[in-house]
Design a protein around this ligand. Structure first.
Ligand code: PLP
Length: 378
């Protein structure tokens, strides 16, 4: 790709093998919500995820909805969630009528174990039982599971890992997407790998759980020669055509993460000495750096930065606006560690940079050059 085209934050990275799968789906007339490419995609993903059980669905949001329902979340039930995330981490709690308790971030940008303790002390003090926690690996950085999991486990809280952004990342020796009781993945077009549009997956070591979620994802049909229903479900299946595209991407997970990590390292090296700080890496973990992100030092304005990059046809974006600051969720509980609101500060100063694995070295150099010029001119 030349530098005259717009450079995006993240884009699908096709392999060239897609048309084979698409043609095959046409030839066998499997333009359906079941079929051999769904099976192949699930088998390949299960193999990549160390033999975990999986069910392919039509979005990461659907995956989180199924997992939260399986965790038993219902009307009035409390669920913990990082505030610094995309709304889909917690909107499924709202679908189920649950209540949210938002938790601030620490220097990892993920759920702060200290703020989590504050939330748990509050719940213990009010004799409130918490059903589940959605722990997010934001921008592909694994959360601090060694600190977080024991706090949740000792209270019997189900852990749902939102690994929508972290496929290909590792927490110590564990792959992201295998850490929660249930983990959710997303294959929407801007994620690490894509099914060529919407797509998602629930991952778990619990085979029975996956069986139940598969049942719910296809209208909860009892096995009968007619349509018999004892429970309600959804239409959350992944089309076979899209699963075929997914099949071509699974063996690229490691390479695409490596490319995104390399892009992050390049930004970090080149921007050393400029008034920015790259997202810090948690010790012992290997983020995939789905999006390379940085914070601007005090005195710099993110709108001004983004406008400047835009005039050079480069897409950048502010960091996630935390959920506790959203009109939708401002009445929900929010816990920080002390007086500082870390996630609100990340929103004010955080910038996401072009990070697509398909981006060329030439494009990356062009972006870096423009960032440098922005700070040199100001
Ligand atoms: C993308 C994303 C989701 C939702 O995935 P969809 O496939 O778009 O429904 C959930 N959580 C986070 C953190 C995400 O980035």
């Amino acid at each position: 790709m030349g530098v005259s085209e717009r450079i995006y934050l993240s884009q699908p990275h096709m392999t060239g093998k897609e048309s084979e799968y698409i043609d095959q789906a046409f030839q066998t007339n499997q333009l359906t919500l079941f079929g051999q490419h769904i099976e192949e995609f699930e088998n390949r993903m299960s193999e990549y995820l160390d033999g975990r059980h999986v069910v392919a669905v039509n979005s990461g949001t659907s995956a989180l909805h199924l997992a939260l329902r399986y965790a038993g979340v219902g009307p009035g039930d409390y669920v913990l969630c990082s505030s610094f995330t995309f709304v889909a981490s917690c909107s499924p709690v709202t679908f189920l009528g649950g209540r949210l308790i938002f938790v601030d971030s620490d220097e990892s940008w993920n759920m702060s174990p200290a703020a989590l303790e504050k939330a748990l002390e509050w719940a213990d003090g009010h004799s409130i039982t918490i059903k589940a926690a959605v722990v997010v690996d934001i921008y592909g950085q694994p959360a601090k599971y060694d600190d977080i999991l024991p706090l949740l486990k000792e209270r019997g809280i189900t852990v749902i890992e939102d690994a929508a952004e972290s496929l290909g990342a590792y927490y110590q020796t564990k792959k992201c997407g295998t850490i929660g009781d249930y983990s959710a993945l997303s294959f929407t077009s801007n994620k690490l790998i894509t099914t060529g549009g919407g797509g998602g997956m629930v991952v778990s070591a619990d085979e029975e759980a996956i069986r139940k979620m598969r049942f719910w994802a296809a209208h909860a049909k009892e096995v009968r020669p007619y349509h018999e229903h004892h429970d309600y479900g959804y239409e959350y299946r992944l089309p076979n055509l899209l699963a075929g595209i997914g099949c071509t991407q699974v063996d690229r997970i490691e390479a695409y993460s490596e490319r995104r990590r390399m892009i992050f390292r390049k930004y970090a090296q080149e921007l050393e000495g400029y008034p920015v700080d790259m997202m810090p890496e948690v010790q012992g973990s290997r983020p995939n750096h789905w999006l390379s992100t940085m914070t601007l030092e005090a005195g710099y304005n993110s709108m001004q930065f983004m406008d400047y990059m835009n005039t050079h046809n480069i897409e950048t974006r502010m960091a996630w606006k935390p959920m506790h600051l959203q009109e939708l969720y401002k009445k929900e509980l929010y816990f920080t560690d002390g007086d500082k609101d870390v996630s609100a500060d990340l929103f004010r100063r955080g910038i996401c940079l072009p990070s697509a694995s398909v981006m060329s070295d030439e494009q990356l150099d062009y972006v870096i050059d423009k960032i440098k010029i922005f700070f040199e001119r100001i």
